[in-house]
Design a protein around this ligand. Sequence first.
Ligand code: NAD
Length: 434
Amino acid sequence: MPVFLNARDAGFEEAFQTLLSAKREDSPDVDATVAQIIADVRARGDAAVIDLTQKFDRLSLTPATLRISEDDINAAAAQVPQQEHAALALAADRIRAYHARQRPTDAEWVDETGATLGWRWTPVAAAGLYVPGGLASYPSSVLMNAIPAKVAGVPRLAMVVPTPDGVLNPLVLVAAKLAGVDEIYRIGGAQAIAALAYGTETIAPVDKITGPGNAFVAAAKRRVFGKVGIDMIAGPSEILVIADADNDPDWIALDLLSQAEHDESAQSILITTDASFGQAVAKAVEKRLETMQRRVIAGPSWRDFGAVITVPDLETATALSDRIAPEHLELCVADPDGLGAQITHAGAIFLGQWTPEAIGDYVGGPNHVLPTARSARFSSGLSVLDFVKRTTLARMTPEALRAIGPAAETLATSESLEAHGLSVTARLRKLNDG
Ligand code: NAD
């Protein structure tokens, strides 16, 4: 059974703390294996990647077949029904339009001393996209990772996807093509992350790696961080729905289940101002679970980690929501905009009862790669900003150097950095002499 809490009850605070700190993920100790795999790929390049792909994915490759050819991509595209092509194309267009608005702008100004200051944004030179496991992979995730990189202007986008026994969902290749991915390799796991980070004879190294994966992929991303940038280490999905009684319990039940069906460790929480509405939603969830295809995943998620919390008012709901800092937050209330404005910590907010979270997973436009495990307190979903970096600019005039140089000399002296101070002094002398 999910937990039923009431914010008015005496033991509520303790029970809510338990809910917040519940450990939902088993992280098996894979780090030693991953360290060995990375070392092997660094030492032996393609040969190591080929051996490891044979071992873990039961697939024989050569340097020439590591990369998926244009012909293979076109053949896969031909298998995909027109309706799926069209849906992916609609999603790609909307995701591209949304992310185009995220491009940051350069700045330059002259300050009161005459110094010109500013910054300039430039894309990373190459990004690597990890797409997990063969058939189980999500074409929508390909779009969500690749499109922001392309919008940022990344000139080279390399994708890796394991194809266990050579099997691959063709829609993944269609999505990659639509998103503008430049190279696709049929490899996965820690060996693929190592190949992207360090390069091999066939695969040129990238500067940033994004995309979800299993514990081996996550451990490898942690290990190569520093050599390359990474997006985040994403945990199991979460949804929090704040709903008043003026909703169809079945709609809210389906929204809760839409995250529960991702993973047995996913968490779905309802906060409501009406206890009997909460009971009605829980009942609707159980009814849906009787027939849902993915009930073996959604059932344990809901029963082990689900929660229904009754609150006296929406202010209490907002305060609890900020403490949960959910990945996805749905506001099914009369004034979602007003309530949404009160929320500070959430990866993505879905406003009003006509905005099921699933719209955001596919076609809304915003990114579906979002911070989990309360990390929305300090981080954001994947965006164009993950694929650009900022270079600062400064140009002194003689007058500007005269105005601010002496303070630099003083600070350099106090830090005992002689050459720092002298580099300013030498110029100021020239100005004073000249
Ligand atoms: P995966 O691609 O992450 O991992 C497969 C690879 O793991 C294999 O190619 C192999 O190299 C490696 N591996 C497996 N067993 C190993 C072992 N014993 N030693 C060393 N390496 C080993 O695919 P997966 O395993 O199916 O996991 C997919 C993960 O991605 C799941 O956790 C799933 O929840 C997540 N996922 C997330 C999204 C998303 O968009 N957020 C989408 C799909 C999947």
